[in-house]
Structures are given as structure tokens and as C-alpha cells.
Design a protein around this ligand. Structure first.
Ligand code: SQO
Ligand code: ZN
Length: 373
């Protein structure tokens, strides 16, 4: 019996890789996109619908679940998989990123972060140890280290100080995580856009040793050009035989550029959040379905898309239900967007396996019109 958590690269094309992560709850085909299931649900989707889009793994947010319904209650009810009826792998984040962006009255020390819930004002603590305890109670398959992600732009001193704190927290996370066969702990590289700090962070993480490595500290306002410039060197600093996870990314063209640079896993609220606001992502570009010009259009969003929205509904219908504020509007566009994202991942996996990623990338950009279509 091999390791319960194992990553196999089956083909490479330049820096791009394709393969699979085997876990006790099933395979994760890489490169993989993880839909975000913030409060134990991918908003507007049934779990079986999320599976039908081709997603192998979901992301759960520790910050939200620890506040409501609490990790202890989810554990008493059998863990997050049973609770939300998702039998595949789940990755949970550590809560560190969201506590800094969502909570009130935060106080950050070497120990961790104390804060008040944005839900009911109750006081809470997050630390490497408490984050590991929460993620264990949730039963997640891939656990993220508790880290600090500095907002950009930031001075080199601030970036170095924050990165070194995150590395001390990574060590404490690993100690608190312990030895849990079949469960993985991922470290998170920090260092902003500073090559030397990225190297120092990668070295620190490799010395501790993790089952996978995330590239953190990006998609925080630096812009695509600066993010790609960092991805031109940062992923290669991480072990090539372990999964590399780029956190919080992104738009379809961000995703193609990240996979090109050696990223194996990504997550983003964009396809689901923008689906609820009427923004459809397609192989031809973006469609804002609320725009009046769709009111009489009998065509589907994308005639080549096999999702339920494109198979059975016109742009005119989607325009109507969005304008009328009907619940089906968010359901259909979320499903389409998640389906499109998974189709993009499947297309890249096949292209890398067949050594034609450059052609895939060229075709991806050639198809996309600028602006609304
Ligand atoms: O270093 C990190 N450590 C732990 N979690 C993270 C999460 C992160 N999420 C983003 N970006 C998210 C950007 N989203 C784009 C769509 O709209 C919501 C924000 N960057 C991130 C960096 C980190
Ligand atoms: Zn569709």
C-alpha cells in the first residue's frame, strides 16, 4: 500500500505539469481548480452539481466555520464531509488570511491573532495550534499552515518581518499537526515580490518538510504582470515532486499563466461570486448578462458549452431572471462558470499530457474578444 497521500507528475511541458494527487477520499487531477465552499456550501450549488462540473476537491474556510456553526459542532456531527454531503477531498485554509480581512478588533502577536467575530462580536483566538485543531475537527484532507499574508505594496522590512513570522508559525503548525497518515499539511511560501525573501521562505519550508507547498502572498493587488514575474521564479524554488498551490487565483487568464509557470492547484471565489452577479466567463471572454443587449437574444451563453445553462436556456431568459432577481439566475450562472473553469483545467491537463500547452495557450488568447461579447 503506497502512501495515503501521494502526488504523481505524469507529464510536463516546459514548466507546466500534469498528474494526480491520490488521497483516501479520491484522486485530484492536476492542474486542479478548487471551487470555494466558504460556509460548508458552494453558494447556489448542490454538492452533486459541483461534482458534475468536474471538480475533484473543494475549499472550506476555517474562519467562517469556526464562527458558525463552530468546528466542534461540525465534529460532533461527523465532520465537514458528512455535514455538507461532499465525499471527495476537502482543503481547508488556516483562517489567517480571512481573519485579517474580515474580523473586527484584531490584535496580532507572536502567539497568534485575537479578534471579534464579524457575526456576533464574540471574542476568538487563532494561532498555529488552534488553527490545526480546528482543521482537524473539520476533518479536512489538506490542512494549510497558519500564516500571515502582508498587503502589498509593503516595505522590504515589513515583508521580511512578516515572512519570518509566518515561517515560525509554519514550524509551530507542523508540530501541532503531528503525524496524520492520509492527511496532508501544506506550507505557504511568503516573501512578497522579493526574490531573496521568496528563496529564504522556500528554504525554511523545505527544512521543516511539508506534503505540499503553497505560493502565498500574491493576488493581493500587485496586478497580473507583477504576479507572473514572481511566478517566473517562485514555484521552482519549491520541491518539484510535491504539489504547488497558488492561493486565491483567479481569472481564467491568470490561471493559464500560473499553470504555464508550474502551479498545480488554485482556488478562487471569482467563478461563483461573479456568477451570482450576472458575470459569465466563456471561452470567447466575459458576458454581463444584465446588459440590455441580451434581452432578446435567443442564443445560449456559449453554444459549445455542455452545462445545463447553455444546454437549455437562452441569454434572453438569463437576462430576465437576473433582472427579476430570481434565485435560478445565480444557480445557472454559477454552474456555467464552474463548468467552464473545470473545462479549462481539463483542457490544460490534456494539452500538457500531449506536449501542446503552447498551442493551447495561444488558442486560449486568440479566442478571447476584448470587452463584453
Ligand atoms: O498568502 C496567503 N496565505 C493564506 N491565504 C491566502 C489567501 C489568498 N487569497 C488571495 N487572493 C484572493 C483574491 N480574491 C480574488 C477574487 O475576489 C476576492 C479576492 N491571495 C491570498 C494569499 C494567501
Ligand atoms: Zn455553459
Amino acid at each position: 500500500m503506497g502512501d495515503l497521500f501521494e502526488f504523481h507528475v505524469t507529464a510536463t511541458d516546459g514548466a507546466a505539469r500534469t498528474g494526480a494527487i491520490s488521497t483516501p477520499r479520491g484522486q485530484i487531477r492536476t492542474p486542479a481548480f478548487m471551487p470555494v465552499g466558504t460556509a460548508a456550501t458552494v453558494k447556489a450549488m448542490l454538492p452533486e452539481s459541483v461534482a458534475a462540473t468536474g471538480a475533484d476537491i473543494l475549499l472550506g474556510n476555517t474562519y467562517h466555520l469556526m464562527l458558525r456553526p463552530t468546528a466542534e459542532r461540525i465534529a460532533r456531527l461527523g465532520g465537514l464531509h458528512a455535514f455538507m454531503n461532499w465525499t471527495g477531498p476537502i482543503l481547508t485554509d488556516s483562517g489567517g488570511f480571512q481573519v485579517m480581512s474580515l474580523a473586527d478588533l484584531r490584535k496580532l502577536t507572536e502567539e497568534g491573532v485575537t479578534f471579534r467575530s464579524h457575526v456576533d462580536g464574540s471574542k476568538h483566538v487563532l494561532s498555529p495550534e488552534r488553527s490545526m485543531e480546528i482543521q482537524k475537527l473539520l476533518g479536512s484532507d489538506i490542512v494549510m499552515c497558519f500564516d500571515e499574508c502582508p498587503a502589498l505594496p509593503a516595505t522590504r522590512d515589513r515583508i521580511a518581518e512578516s515572512m519570518r513570522l509566518s515561517m515560525r508559525w509554519a514550524d509551530r503548525s507542523k508540530t501541532a499537526f503531528g503525524d496524520r497518515p492520509g492527511h496532508a499539511l501544506f506550507g505557504i511560501q511568503q516573501g512578497g515580490l522579493e526574490r531573496d525573501f521568496r528563496e529564504e521562505s522556500a528554504d525554511a519550508l523545505k527544512a521543516i518538510g511539508f506534503d505540499g507547498y503553497a505560493v502565498g502572498g500574491l493576488a493581493v493587488g500587485e496586478g497580473q504582470e507583477a504576479m507572473f514575474a514572481c511566478l517566473d521564479y517562485a514555484p521552482a524554488m519549491l520541491p518539484q515532486d510535491k504539489p504547488r498551490y497558488l492561493m486565491g487565483v483567479g481569472k481564467p487568464d491568470d490561471i493559464v499563466g500560473a499553470v504555464k509557470r508550474g502551479i498545480d492547484m488554485m482556488d478562487c471565489v471569482l467563478p461563483s461570486r461573479s456568477g451570482r452577479t450576472g458575470q459569465a466567463w466563456t471561452r470567447m471572454g466575459q458576458i454581463n448578462i444584465k446588459n440590455a443587449r441580451h434581452a432578446d437574444d435567443p442564443r445560449p451563453l456559449d453554444a459549445d458549452c455542455s452545462c445545463p445553462a447553455c444546454r437549455s436556456y437562452s441569454r434572453a431568459y438569463l437576462h430576465h431572471v437576473f433582472r427579476a432577481g430570481e434565485m435560478i439566475s445565480g444557480m445557472l450562472l454559477t454552474w456555467h462558470n464552474l463548468h467552464y473553469y473545470q473545462e479549462l483545467m481539463a483542457g490544460m491537463r490534456a494539452a500538457i499530457a500531449e506536449g501542446r500547452f503552447a498551442g493551447f495557450e495561444a488558442d486560449f488568447h486568440a479566442r478571447r474578444a476584448d470587452g463584453d461579447i
